[in-house]
Design a protein around this ligand. Sequence first.
Ligand code: ZN
Length: 324
Amino acid sequence: MGRSFVVFLGAITVGGLAAQPPPGTNLEVLQLRPNFYMIAGAGGNVGFQVGMDGVVVVDSGSASSADAVVAAIKKVTAQPIRYLINTSADPDHVGGNAKIAKAGQTLFTGNGGAGLATNFLGGGASILSVEQVLTRMSGPSGKPSPYPVNAWPTESFNQPRKYMYLNGEGIEVLHQPAAHTDGDAIVFFRRSDVVVAGDVFDTRRFPVIDVAKGGGINGEIAALQKLVDTAIPSVPIVSREEGTLVVPGHGRICDQLDVVDYRDMVTIIRDRVRDLMKQGLTLEQIKAASPARGYTRRYGSDTGSWTTNDFIEAIYRSMNEKAQ
Ligand SMILES: [Zn+2]
């Protein structure tokens, strides 16, 4: 693809012209729709919807960027932040939770809203996630929690779809049960026609499949298929740069055809690994057979936190678990 969208209508740089801005303060704010924005440069991509009901934010970015993210949102609107929705429990997506929630104000002003007391957690914005995110952030019982309580989701759910209607549009939060992890959600703003995908879709590299946290290759492909099914491209008039916008967990704004390409890439590599497994090859032999060939220049890496071999191993291990 490589089409560039005309989305730079509202580019704002937070942090000014300081020669060496501290990490996370050099953010880019893109206006994708009249009432929908994306912030890049804060760890994972952050999306936010604005309107008369307040601000609904998807993901909070890294802890080190939280103040800058709050400042960027306040530069766009004076409305209070009402909701923060997390797409996973990864630190680059929930690291700013406590500060962003604290900067906001709950919609629930009386007892009974979501079962919470008026001043629960100081009355900050509500944090919504699938149940696994809360479990992971609060820690197993008896062990210290990896995050303070004011960073935890205040509302969690375990059904496939949670919905809200705020700022004049339906918002669907769709649980993807075994993709990047077991706690992923994609968030669809139906009137804005924007899907925030989280880390099931990472345009910089092969998708990170965290098998230890319940991720799996087949669930990953199912999540990508869900994105494809949710988004609509500009047909029949393909010359228009229109259609549903997909905000990946990391990387540039995409459309449905970008997700189709990415899904096909992941599926082809999964099928190659599966064929090699059927032939009885070991994991090391499969890695040596380069099942990701043709895609490594664009998505692969030999170094860093998520190498091509890590991806191949995750496919192998998650399919092995399925077989047992
Ligand atoms: Zn991420």
